[in-house]
Design a protein around this ligand. Structure first.
Ligand code: 0O2
Length: 224
């Protein structure tokens, strides 16, 4: 490869990846806005934390090879849909669906695919809600619709997935059977914990609501 050819290639790749970074920036701003407004309206924040990442060129190439796909920018654009990825960790299961509904109502976002591994966990116990969204990105000379993969999960689901991922790679992807069944049991324990927390959350909400209507009644009596 000549130096000027290499420079041109690097320029193309950088510009290609830039679009995904802008799509992630757009999604981050959207989530921050939702979070702030939700906090203001309901005095409660449904999001514990968010994390965004761009897939490394090495991982992109590995995925192309694994799936036997052509190595070219159009092929990457069409086939690798998780170049831009965002993970949203929520406090409670219901928060996950609240976020999903809020995103679904945004007219400039298109939800291309939904994989609900909470209603139907993977056989190993993995749980998360995956949304593939198409985000418009406005460049100096054109508009591009860019895929962003959003994974929404609770703290317990995230805890499980992070450790499972580490174990999976530690054992070079062939985890001993005993460990697999222990991981599945740990996923069930995480589900039980999430369900218990959800019940507590609902009860606290009901108490808060009753308290609020009591306060409103008292205020009305004072005003009369
Ligand atoms: P990374 O490093 O997190 O990006 P795809 O391979 O994406 O074309 P697939 O497998 O149908 O197709 O996608 P799916 O089911 O939406 O899952 C993709 C991502 O979900 C994975 O990305 C993981 O982040 C996460 N995930 C899915 N299954 C599991 C699991 O069993 N354990 C854990 N810990 N995470 C999981 P990548 O590309 O594998 O990796």
């Amino acid at each position: 490869l000549q130096l000027d050819q290499f420079k041109a290639f690097k320029h193309r790749i950088t510009r290609f990846m830039m679009v995904y970074k802008f799509a992630l920036d757009t999604m981050e701003t959207k989530i921050e806005t939702l979070q702030e407004e939700f906090q203001f309206l309901h005095e409660y924040n449904p999001i514990e934390h968010t994390k965004s990442r761009l897939k490394s060129p090495e991982s992109i190439l590995k995925k192309l090879f694994r799936k036997n796909l052509p190595v070219s920018l159009p092929s990457i654009q069409d086939n690798i849909r998780d170049i831009a990825g965002m993970r949203i960790t929520c406090s409670f299961i219901s928060d996950i669906y609240t976020i999903q509904a809020m995103l679904a109502s945004q007219t400039d976002l298109r939800i291309v695919e939904t994989k609900d591994y909470i209603k139907q966990p993977k056989p190993n116990g993995y749980q998360s809600l995956h949304l593939l969204v198409e985000v418009p990105v406005y460049m100096s000379d054109r508009q591009e619709n860019v895929y962003v993969e959003i994974q929404i999960r609770t703290i317990a689901m995230d805890f499980w997935a992070s450790l499972e991922h580490k174990i999976f790679y530690k054992y070079n992807q062939s985890v001993p059977a005993k460990m697999l069944s222990e991981l599945k049991a740990a996923a069930d324990a995480a589900t039980a914990l999430d369900q218990q927390m959800e019940r507590l959350h609902r009860e606290i909400g009901e108490i808060k609501e009753a308290q609020q209507s009591d306060d409103e009644l008292t205020l009305q009596r004072i005003m009369v």
